[in-house]
Design a protein. Structure first.
Length: 84
C-alpha cells in the first residue's frame, strides 16, 4: 500500500520470477504467483522497466526494474525464462 511508504511515497510490485506469459514456458525460479511490493526512494536506480536497457540475449530474456533486497533499492535486472 502506498501509504506504508510515508508521505508522498509509493510502492510497486517487484519482478522476482519470470512472468508466466504462456503455460508452455517454464520459468527460471518456478513461478510462484504475485510478486511482492516494495517502496520507492530517491536513491533508486530506476523507477520503471522502460528505464532499463534491453538485452539482446534471445527471446526468453527480459529486463526489469526490480527491487534488490541486498542493496535495499530498485535497480535494473535481467531475467531469463526458459522454454520447456
Amino acid at each position: 500500500m502506498d501509504s506504508d511508504c510515508g508521505p508522498g511515497g509509493y510502492c510497486s510490485p517487484s519482478m522476482e520470477n519470470c512472468p508466466k506469459a504462456a503455460p508452455e514456458i517454464e520459468v527460471q525460479d518456478n513461478y510462484s504467483g504475485p510478486n511482492p511490493y516494495y517502496c520507492h526512494t530517491a536513491s533508486d536506480q530506476c523507477t520503471n522497466d522502460s528505464d532499463c536497457p534491453s538485452f539482446e540475449a534471445g527471446m526468453f530474456t527480459t529486463s526489469s526494474c526490480s527491487y534488490n533486497t541486498q542493496d535495499g533499492g530498485w535497480a535494473c535486472s535481467k531475467f531469463t525464462c526458459f522454454p520447456p
